[in-house]
Design a protein around this ligand. Structure first.
Ligand SMILES: *Cc1c(COP(=O)(O)O)cnc(C)c1O
Length: 395
């Protein structure tokens, strides 16, 4: 476990992170901070969690040698197939971990916020499995835009509550969820979907997603005799699939960590979610990190074709990895991601999520040798994006 790149006992990653929450929320956050490590590291928790990951999620997810893709880029590319998980992405790893934690803490009501609905679906799924009451806050505009995921959440038994304030998107849903948590500290657990929010959330979510890099090491060792690749690549919205992909490689400095953020119509277009490229330091969702803001410190509404990447901030660990130059940050436009989604589909028969397609763009921007080993996490499958693909590819 990396001391240099992981959270310190004050909840900081270098100068980022912390728990900048209203006073009324402090007791909830403090309580979680006090118990989370003991519970997560207990034998009983691990036994239950590992069993669910195996038999319910379908882990380990395969590490697939993509032969035709490798030929095109003149190197050796392995795909970590999070798209094959139950519910079609990596988010379930985290939702299951947090719901087990909630149960051990004696909570019986779960709240969450969601933008595109992917985290809402993963959390509603975990709640159905555990017989927990589930309330998902979602911006009123997002509810309109993401009808299939809203229907999934409802079918799974969740109550979907519309946030009618502000721009009626993710930020407003987050405010509603925090308000709920303040009012219901006794019975309610707040499940956050990425490596964002006040400490201990970024660390907790990274630990639950770290199964990705643990498996990559084991699987690479088995396939190549060497557990260390030359590159690991993942897309970043808040940054949870990237954190999970990097986690067990943080101290292996020979492994290049590559994160790809969404630049929408272009970094300088005004329609972008390229936080690292554009961001200044500020506080968002209780955490100090880079975020896209105007001169008055107001958060600028982000844009990406991919609903899972249009977050105006980035997890504090990633901000620290950028400050220390431990990770390489690239960006990919809508069009670049679309081109790569089609390329992967035609070369390997795998339709990726639009988010994951951004990670593929890194293959075009980095220079590999024929002996390199490159691992790229396919964070999710493309089913949810078919209407966009139909539209953009004239299908
Ligand atoms: C939500 C989502 C992402 C972005 O979230 P991170 O926390 O950055 O991983 C990426 N890919 C898929 C498929 C998603 O659903």
């Amino acid at each position: 476990m990396s001391a240099k790149y992981n959270v310190d006992d004050k909840g900081m990653y270098g100068r980022f992170g912390g728990a900048w929450v209203p006073e009324m929320l402090q007791p909830n956050v403090d309580n979680l901070k006090k118990v989370y490590l003991d519970i997560i590291n207990s034998e009983e928790f691990q036994k239950e969690y590992v069993a669910l990951l195996k038999d319910y999620v379908g882990r380990p997810s395969p590490l697939y040698y993509a032969k035709r893709l490798s030929e095109v880029y003149g190197t050796n590319i392995y795909l970590k197939r999070e798209d094959l998980n139950h519910t079609g992405a990596h988010k379930i790893n985290n939702s299951l971990g947090q719901i087990l934690l909630a149960k051990k803490m004696g909570k019986n009501r779960i709240i969450a916020e969601t933008g595109a609905g992917q985290h809402g679906v993963a959390t509603a799924t975990a709640c159905a499995l555990m017989g927990m009451k589930c309330v998902v806050y979602m911006g009123a505009l997002d509810i309109e835009r993401q009808a299939p995921n809203v229907a999934r959440m409802k079918m799974l038994g969740a109550e979907v509550v519309a946030a009618e304030s502000g721009n009626q998107t993710l930020k407003d849903a987050t405010n509603e969820a925090l308000r709920d948590w303040i009012c219901n500290p006794e019975d309610t657990f707040y499940i956050i979907g990425s490596v964002v929010g006040p400490h201990p959330y970024p660390d907790m979510v990274a630990r639950f997603q770290s199964i990705i890099s643990k498996e990559i090491k084991d699987q690479l060792k088995e396939k190549t005799g060497n557990e260390l690749p030359d590159y690991v690549i993942a897309c970043v919205g808040g940054g949870s699939n990237a954190s999970g992909t990097f986690y067990h490689f943080l101290d292996d400095e020979s492994v290049k960590l590559v994160a790809v953020e969404a630049s929408g119509l272009g970094v300088d277009s005004g329609e972008t979610a390229a936080t690292i490229a554009l961001g200044d330091i500020g506080i968002i969702h209780g955490s100090k990190t880079y975020l896209i803001q105007d001169e008055d410190g107001q958060i600028i509404e982000p844009y990406s074709i991919s609903a899972g990447l249009d977050y105006p901030g980035i997890g504090p660990q990633h901000a620290h990895l950028r400050d220390t130059n431990r990770a390489i940050f690239l960006d990919a436009t809508d069009q670049e991601a679309l081109d790569c989604a089609l390329e992967l589909t035609r070369l390997e028969g795998i339709i990726p999520a639009l988010e994951s397609a951004h990670a593929l763009v890194a293959l075009k921007k980095l220079k590999f040798t024929k002996d390199n080993t490159v691992v790229l996490t396919v964070s999710g499958r493309g089913d949810k994006d078919m209407s966009t693909y139909m539209d953009r590819f004239n299908l």
